[in-house]
Design a protein. Structure first.
Length: 424
């Protein structure tokens, strides 16, 4: 954990990691944020354009050696870099030295962990394995909380129940989905746990007011669901907030509305989605399937561009299309293109050389994946900038804040934890 500010009176130190003097701690998050922001702004040509839509991003001409090195990567190396972001970052930093600074600014030192008392496995039996491990890590990295604790966007309330069993605090859960609320109530009742389950919308003023005098936990509450909480928590009298953010684009129509007055980076939905494209590596057959789907979409795009050009209308050739129904990807390339062309109003000629366009799609996909490697080097810095924006936003609203990683990125890449206590 990298604490940002003064320890609050009467509030136990987060993770026992507050070892620096007050002004220095405050500066750490702010300095990090401003340095990240400056580098991201300077380097925006590398991460704003998506090679899927822009086959030759402008940086390729400005930095031909980097483009050539990326395009020359063999499949095995590319696959390896995709599965090991740290190694990809090391390779890319040797080509693009500013990444050394960006990676250092985006890396948090390991933080202290509170040992969790063992849990009777029956009590956690219905929680999927990876979620169980994330919850254990999250709880282990929480500071001492007096409660009552309100779990924000709680799903089935697994986190709250785990916290109750580990620390004995009173827990409540807020969730919008009636089915998940019913499941949460059933699981709590089965464990004899008096966990209040509130069915409500996390963005409505009445619900936001529930945080009064609460320690609020938000594990993977998406985009606006955690940002609304941050915007209103001080006025609504929350005691503390512990947020592991995710899905930053959720609730953003055009551009990101920052929390901190220091924020000066403009992020659109594409950039916000880029921040979360790092996922736990999918099984091989899923990756192959995704690669095939991407090749088909690029094959269709190339075919449409050629048709547009033939009709003297190249201006439209790079336009994006809406998500494709999964069923269209189940048959073959010709079937896929025919369905998509009908929806997109593209008139196909009576004869199309399908193998040619499918092959072109594969070639474009191979190029896109290599150029994307460069863009992907910026996703963690963007994610850390977003988390720091939340952290500084909370400081500006009167909270003492610390920020760090609560688990390895292999468990979940959404592993940043912002802990904030209201200043007394
Ligand atoms: C990514 S899940 C996280 C669930 C849980 N915190 C966890 O880590 O397993 C997000 C949850 O937010 C809930 N949600 C979505 N919109 C909501 C809203 N407006 N108000 C309250 N909950 C909402 C969803 O139903 C879902 O359970």
């Amino acid at each position: 954990m990298l604490p940002s500010a003064r320890p609050a009176k009467g509030v136990p130190p987060a993770h026992g990691a507050r070892t620096h003097s007050r002004p220095k701690l405050t500066m750490q998050l702010r300095t990090r944020f401003l340095a990240l922001q400056a580098h991201l702004e300077t380097c925006h040509a590398y991460w704003r354009p998506a090679p899927f839509h822009d086959p030759q991003p402008a940086w390729c001409a400005e930095h031909p050696a980097l483009a050539a090195a990326a395009l020359a990567l063999d499949d095995d190396t590319l696959e390896h870099h995709g599965a090991a972001p740290e190694e990809a970052a090391a390779w890319l930093s040797s080509q693009l030295p500013v990444l050394h600074a960006l990676n250092a600014l985006s890396t948090f030192p390991p933080c202290a962990v509170h040992a969790l008392p063992p849990l009777n496995s029956r009590l956690h039996a219905e929680v999927p394995g990876r979620k169980k491990a994330q919850i254990d890590a999250f709880v282990a990295h929480l500071p001492t909380l007096t409660g009552p604790v309100l779990e924000w966007c709680a799903g089935k309330g697994h986190l709250g129940r785990r916290l109750h069993h580990a620390r004995g605090v009173a827990v409540e859960a807020l969730e919008i989905d009636p089915g998940l609320c019913a499941e949460a109530a059933r699981l709590a009742a089965r464990q004899g746990l008096p966990q209040a389950i509130v069915e409500g919308d996390a963005t409505s003023p009445d619900t936001l007011a529930l945080v009064r005098d609460r320690d609020v936990l938000a594990l993977h509450a998406c985009g606006e669901l955690h940002r609304q909480l941050v915007r209103t928590a001080a006025d609504n009298g929350a005691r503390s907030l512990h947020i592991a953010p995710c899905c930053y684009a959720h609730g953003v129509t055009h551009t990101y509305r920052p929390l901190s007055q220091e924020a000066a980076l403009t992020l659109d939905r594409n950039a916000l989605r880029l921040a979360v494209t790092e996922t736990v590596t999918a099984p091989l057959h899923d990756r192959r399937r995704l690669a095939r789907d991407q090749a088909w979409k690029l094959g269709f795009t190339a075919l449409r561009a050629a048709l547009d050009e033939g009709r003297g209308d190249p201006a439209h050739s790079s336009r994006a299309f809406r998500p494709v129904p999964a069923a269209w990807l189940k048959a073959d390339f010709a079937h896929f293109c025919t369905q998509l062309a009908a929806r997109e109003g593209v008139q196909l000629p009576s004869r199309v050389d399908w193998p040619h366009w499918e092959q072109l799609g594969v070639a474009r996909r191979d190029q896109v994946r290599r150029l994307e490697l460069v863009r992907h080097a910026f996703r963690r810095p963007i994610e850390v900038w977003l988390a720091l924006d939340l952290a500084l936003g909370l400081e500006e609203r009167g909270f003492e804040v610390s920020l760090g990683a609560f688990c390895a990125r292999t468990l979940t890449p959404r592993n940043l934890l912002i802990s904030a206590h209201r200043r007394m």
